[in-house]
Design a binder for this molecule. Structure first.
Ligand SMILES: *Cc1c(COP(=O)(O)O)cnc(C)c1O
Length: 407
């Protein structure tokens, strides 16, 4: 197989000027991948700084309520900064230190990856610049606030649709002129080689832990593992623990307002995506007949992306991963059930995985186990969730706050 390809997917479609940078990155990555001391350094850092290993929680109430499979939840929400994104950024932080670089840049859509990167930069003492579409800067003020307080410079991108894909283009533009001292911290298992493979490697810590934990707690492999899929990093993280076992792997995409509308972000389910090359790699992109990227929608900002990890395009094509989609409405129902039965508030992204598990668990046997990868916590989503539930006292709270600033 050609380097950096997964079946027909992946590759590295990069401008000539970045060639030397990618050679350096590939060399360093290859070296670290073969160095057990580096992986141990990473494990130690994550244990000390990010509460790893995260627990695998048996959801006893939810399992009893649904009356089928035993449901286990992998608690990536308990990472520092509240999601699995910490695994990737801290791993890349160690890599940057090894390369002797002093500055990191990143793109961010919803701002979660931006906050994680700014946190990592503060911890390692790197300069940090975050590119973010102007639209997103306006929509995601709380995350912009924290990035700036953590010491990062946030650059609003005014090109194109002023959202995530424009931020990615701008970050590449920066990198072309600053590559000697700068590393681009890609946020998910997408982009040009080696990013998909490297991000998936750092995230594989989820699957390694979950595999040991399910054996210890359930005595054998689970029947199924569920994960939500935006770019695909948390899904690849947990799936890698079970790829070589007889375990069904289910990726849940953003069904938004329904697959029959234009307002979703499902690439593997539905008929709106096609193979394409963009942002440095080949994958299934949501695009129209002329190859123009479609605009996407999800109630979960982290799933609102046109592309998908080339590794998942391949696993989907092979039939190794089954893809499903969950709508915004279903997501709010699953979130409610998790809060009421377990006292656990999953992120809107993670709630997509809950939807599919909740649908399937009742039809399974009591001695089977399933794992839901809970990629993050829902606290960050309070504005969206309170709005979606149309909570009157929350609205009043916002109005009163605004009033207090006007006085
Ligand atoms: C960013 C994010 C996602 C989506 O990213 P993947 O690369 O698909 O994992 C999912 N869940 C949470 C909580 C996120 O912050």
């Amino acid at each position: 197989m050609k380097k950096g390809y997964f079946g027909q997917w992946g590759g590295a479609f990069i401008p000539e000027v970045l060639h030397a940078t990618f050679v350096q990155l590939n060399d360093e990555y290859k070296k670290l991948r073969q160095d057990p001391a580096f992986w141990q350094e990473y494990i130690d850092l994550m244990g000390n700084y990010s509460c790893r290993p995260t627990p695998l929680t048996f959801a006893e109430n939810l399992s009893d309520y649904l009356g089928g499979a035993r449901i286990y939840i992998k608690r990536e929400d308990l990472n520092h900064t509240g999601a699995h994104k910490a695994n990737n950024v801290m791993g890349q932080g160690l890599l940057v230190r090894r390369m002797g670089k002093k500055r990191v840049i990143a793109e961010t859509g919803a701002g979660q990856h931006g906050v994680a990167t700014a946190t990592m930069a503060a911890r390692f003492g790197f300069d940090c610049t975050i590119y973010m579409g102007e639209e997103d800067v306006a929509r995601q003020r709380p995350n912009v606030f924290w990035m700036e307080k953590l010491g990062a410079t946030v650059v609003p991108v005014t090109n194109g649709s002023r959202t995530l894909k424009d931020a990615i283009n701008e970050a590449f533009r920066d990198w072309v002129t600053t590559m000697d001292e700068t590393h681009y911290v890609f946020g998910t298992a997408c982009g040009p080689h080696p990013f998909p493979e490297m991000v998936a490697w750092f995230q594989s810590i989820i699957g390694l832990e979950a595999r040991k934990q399910i054996i210890a707690q359930h005595g054998r492999m689970p029947a199924r593992v569920y994960a939500c899929v935006g770019g695909g990093s948390n899904a690849m993280g947990i799936f890698q623990g079970f790829l070589d076992e007889d375990v069904e792997l289910i990726g849940v995409e953003a069904g938004g307002k329904g697959l029959d509308t234009d307002q979703h972000a499902s690439r593997m389910v539905g008929d709106r995506a096609a193979p394409g090359v963009a942002q440095g790699y080949k994958t299934m992109f949501l695009q129209d007949d002329d190859g123009q990227m479609r605009s996407t929608h999800s109630i979960a900002a982290g799933l609102d992306y046109v592309g998908i990890s080339p590794i998942l395009s391949d696993l989907g094509e092979q039939g190794r991963v089954r893809f499903e989609a969950a709508t915004d409405t279903e997501v709010l129902e699953a979130l409610t059930m998790s809060m009421e039965k377990e006292g656990i508030i999953p992120a809107l992204e993670s709630s997509h995985a809950f939807v599919q598990a909740i649908k399937e668990a009742p039809k399974m046997d009591r001695d089977e186990a399933i794992i839901i990868n809970m990629s993050g916590r829902g606290d960050k989503d309070i504005f969206t969730i309170a709005h979606a539930f149309d909570d009157p006292s929350w609205k009043q709270f916002i109005i009163d706050r605004a009033d207090s600033y006007r006085r």
